[in-house]
Design a protein around this ligand. Sequence first.
Ligand code: PLP
Length: 393
Amino acid sequence: MKYGVNEQGYYGDFGGAYIPEMLYPNVEELRQEYIKILSDPEFKAEFDQLLKDYVGRPSPLYHAKRYSEKYGANIFFKREDLNHTGSHKINNAIGQILLAKRLGKKRIIAETGAGQHGVATATVCALMGIECIVYMGEIDMERQAPNVARMKMLGAKVVPAISGSKTLKDATNEALRDWIGNPVDTHYIIGSVVGPYPYPDMVARFQSIISEETKKQLLEQTGSELPQYVMACVGGGSNAMGMFYHFLDNEGVKLIAVEAAGKGVDSGHSAATTFLGREGVLHGSRTILMQSDDGQVIEPYSISAGLDYPGIGPQHAHLFKVNRAQYVSITDDESLNAGLLCSQMEGIIPAIETAHALAYLEKMTFEKTDNVVICLSGRGDKDLSTYIKHFGF
Ligand SMILES: Cc1ncc(COP(=O)(O)O)c(C=O)c1O
């Protein structure tokens, strides 16, 4: 695969495993085992069965007729919001819990921003009867309160991260700290295509079901498996990577990744990593991240907890650098308006993360015959209080 990972765990200049000595055995175990486990027919059968009967896959590819009329192209929504637990995050959580079981792990830790990955992880831990601890920034616990309650109801312990901006980056730091302290019995279910190799590749593989299904569904609905555009929002980048994966080598398919501009790229309150970032190391991999001149991570900001992250996964950094995908950004206000528009034109209330991808349609011009697929990464129930506060319902 032209844009895939090499044997050393790199995508071009990005990736690798920059980890403390204490984590070496865990990460090395994963590196040696993940391909073997993922290609084991029994593992694949169990993964596929759970995706079908528990998650509800395949998720529909919906031709959004009113959006298509409005934007002058054939707009399709890949409905990850209809998955069990309400987002794409469950695809990866199912894959990693099955992997953790095969590695004999007894305790699961995770980080979460919007709470969707935390809920997905708490869900699969309940399913398998395994202890679950989720780290979450204190600010995110407030703005995504429904998901905190869901995790607790599912039996997980939710631990607030109270350092830095008290958001996703800080939760990730806490989870890594826990893993360093509990290297033997614990598996860390990272929720995006970030972290040391092999995580970015492993998570991308679990999420690649999104584009695998999309190709088949497009062929049925349009007569061609290749659209002109594929679009997704990017926090760490897992729904985007799942949506891009099987289109990467189809160079004619334009890939558009939408970052969170927050209050504006130059406002000092933003999470638009490719606009503001430089190359460096974050959470175990070499990537692009927002940092000061002396290499300190700059606190990101977005109204969307799931996009409020100062980096992107290393494969995204590579796709950005070699220009295979286009990285753009959308502000808080633009995303909220897009969330409202989608609710009222298509009857689908999207997550605020997802609404960033939808908002970018406003900035594009299409040919009437263009087929455009947007990853509807999650549903907006968790964001109702933010929508209500903004629009004053
Ligand atoms: C619905 C939804 N979409 C997107 C994201 C962003 O994550 P990623 O970039 O890994 O897809 C999140 C993160 O929590 C989310 O909940």
